[in-house]
Write a protein that binds this ligand. Structure first.
Ligand code: PMP
Length: 298
């Protein structure tokens, strides 16, 4: 990933891709003082760009540091990178980290760096809903008083990385993480939805990431008159679900065809929402406000 042509926006200017480096003594590398976003480009435009920029700013605040750029400036930087790459369909990775001025754990005045990279990534909608298979992980999403669960911070992704690796070693596509109390939480990089009696049921964003795709899909479902219930669920509820799907910037609306020993069809609710989302990302449907409504954090 580091050896390619192109440009990355780093601390205010575009630099050659291969020169976008950081020092080995960066706080962000040692102590998790790093936050990031994952965004998707459809037809040359970043879907929900401003919400992502706002979440990056909020994640940094949650981690005790302030970004040297406003959400509006991050929007502009992102557009600059996407335009420079001439991207039509792609992925964007903004990242911000505490610099190498000190290796003290407590680094109130430390420098903060920001980078934005973008590269081609074709949309998965053209491939059709294949569906993915999950296995429940032994790793759990921590409680809000145990870890900064509302921030999209590198510090938390050790868990997702471990859980995902374990699932892949077991021959599954992804892991389902429970929360600290053993309730259904989310996948390694996506929020979880169950379809029960025709309505959507999804865990509240207490110790799972408050996904922007999750919000979009909830809005699209409500526009279609579907019931949406945000509530805590025990794993036993998986047996009641007729469909299960995941939502995320990278996953889009991804059908789940198995969780452990339970199998699910790619059902009509999932297919309808998947199609609605595919239109929304291209601006053909509202899918909730494109700007303004800031996520609570994370
Ligand atoms: N949960 C986790 C842990 C994630 O990493 C992501 C991806 N950012 C999501 C949920 C989905 O969030 P979004 O829809 O904003 O991409």
């Amino acid at each position: 990933l580091d050896d390619r042509d192109g440009a990355i926006w780093l601390d205010g200017r575009l630099v050659p891709w291969r020169e976008a480096r950081l020092h080995v003594l960066s706080h962000g590398l040692h102590y998790g003082g790093s936050v990031f976003e994952g965004e998707r480009v459809y037809g040359g435009r970043v879907f929900k760009l401003h919400e992502h920029s706002l979440r990056l700013v909020a994640s940094a605040r949650e981690m005790g540091f302030t970004l040297p750029w406003s959400a509006e400036e991050l929007d502009a930087a992102t557009r600059e990178v996407v335009a420079a790459a001439g991207l039509a369909e792609g992925y964007v990775r903004p990242v911000a980290w505490r610099g190498s001025d000190t290796l003290r754990l407590v680094a109130p005045g430390s420098s903060v760096h920001v980078a934005v990279a973008a590269w081609p990534w074709p949309t998965i909608f053209t491939e059709g809903p294949r569906g993915i298979r999950l296995s429940t992980s032994r790793w759990r999403r921590p409680a809000p008083d145990t870890a900064p669960v509302r921030a999209k911070t590198a510090a938390l992704y050790a868990l997702g990385s471990l859980a995902g690796q374990e699932a892949e070693e077991a021959g599954r596509d992804d892991a389902l993480l429970l929360d600290h109390r053993g309730r259904l939480a989310e996948a390694t990089g996506a929020n979880l939805f169950l379809v029960i009696d025709g309505a959507l049921h999804t865990p509240p964003p207490e110790c799972v990431l408050d996904g922007i795709t999750r919000r979009t899909v909830i809005a699209l479902a409500r526009e279609r008159g579907l019931g949406v219930v945000e509530r805590h669920m025990e794993p036993a509820e998986l047996a009641r679900a007729t469909e299960v799907f995941l939502t995320g910037t990278a996953y889009e609306v991804q059908p789940v065809t198995a969780v452990d020993a339970l199998d699910y069809p790619v059902g009509p609710v999932t297919v309808a929402l998947r199609e609605a989302y595919a239109k929304a990302v291209r601006g053909e449907e509202s899918g909730g406000p494109a700007r303004g409504a800031a996520p609570a954090v994370a």
